[in-house]
Design a protein around this ligand. Structure first.
Ligand code: HEM
Length: 123
């Protein structure tokens, strides 16, 4: 099968979410939702935000919104929760630190051709 192209999400409202992330650090590592679901505990907590996977285990107790809020999304998609909490650019930059991979193209919602535009999600 041909290699799928990862398209950036577009539009001014999305600009701050499309900051360059050092994907090469993980060699374009693909992680499926099924794999993410295996990391759903306080000791091992992954979340998906805008089709990217983050290991936030070490951040749980440092999260200003509390560990419990994050744990509600352990092993799951937290995109809408993250956005609707009105996180700052600092929070967005922090994400980069926890980045471990991306969903495969067929499991993505945002970062794909014709993908969901963030501006369509109510605040
Ligand atoms: C997983 C990645 C996340 C990171 C890196 C992160 C980071 C942060 C940071 C740095 C703040 C301080 C305020 C700011 O700079 O925006 C914050 C606050 C907050 N976060 Fe998160 N957050 C994450 C996920 C979530 C999720 C999934 C929720 C779910 C609702 C959430 C809810 C909140 C709330 C309610 C606050 C405000 C706390 C307060 O002001 O008392 N966060 N977060």
């Amino acid at each position: 099968m041909a290699e799928a192209t990862v398209l950036p999400i577009v539009g001014p409202a999305l600009a701050k979410y499309t900051r360059a992330v050092n994907l090469s650090k993980f060699g374009g590592n693909e992680l499926t939702l099924q794999e993410v679901l295996c990391h759903d505990s306080r000791k091992d907590c992954w979340v998906v935000i805008y089709d990217r996977v983050y290991d936030v285990t070490d951040f749980l107790d440092k999260h200003p919104g509390g560990a419990d809020l994050l744990l509600e999304y352990a092993g799951r998609d937290a995109s809408v929760a993250f956005r609707s909490s009105g996180h700052s650019n600092t929070a967005l930059s922090l994400l980069e630190k926890f980045f471990i991979g991306e969903l495969p193209p067929h499991e993505r919602i945002f970062r794909k051709t014709g993908g969901f535009k963030l501006s369509d999600i109510p605040e």
